[in-house]
Design a protein. Structure first.
Length: 111
């Protein structure tokens, strides 16, 4: 039996959030160079591409299911964990939203 290829679709909303994140990281002096902020965001995209089909996803709390039925955790460093929300139809993953543990958003996740 032939294994079906994984297709990952990043929504416009996700891409906009990633772009805003890159600029915020630079403007707020988390990174001294825009290239470093871009590399940080690129690592998030790379994590998703490598792991979305193999990492154990968690079910999104009902209150936030409009962002995607499932989410992955990506620990970027000792202080920051990213919550990556997506929906899946067979082998197609629609990556819709991202936030991190520094927001009030994750209070509903009972972590």
């Amino acid at each position: 039996m032939e294994k079906q290829a994984v297709i990952i679709v990043f929504t416009e909303e996700f891409d906009e959030i990633a772009e805003e994140l890159m600029l915020a990281l630079y403007v707020q002096d988390y990174f001294g160079f825009i290239e470093d902020a871009k590399n940080y965001v690129d690592k998030i995209y790379a994590f998703i591409k490598r792991n979305i089909a193999i990492f154990p996803a968690r079910n999104t709390p009902d209150k936030h299911k409009h962002y995607g039925e499932k989410y992955l955790l990506y620990k970027a460093n000792a202080n920051t964990t990213w919550y990556i929300f997506f929906s899946q139809i067979e082998q197609v993953y629609f990556v819709q939203f991202i936030t991190n543990n520094h927001t009030n958003f994750v209070a509903d996740f009972n972590l």
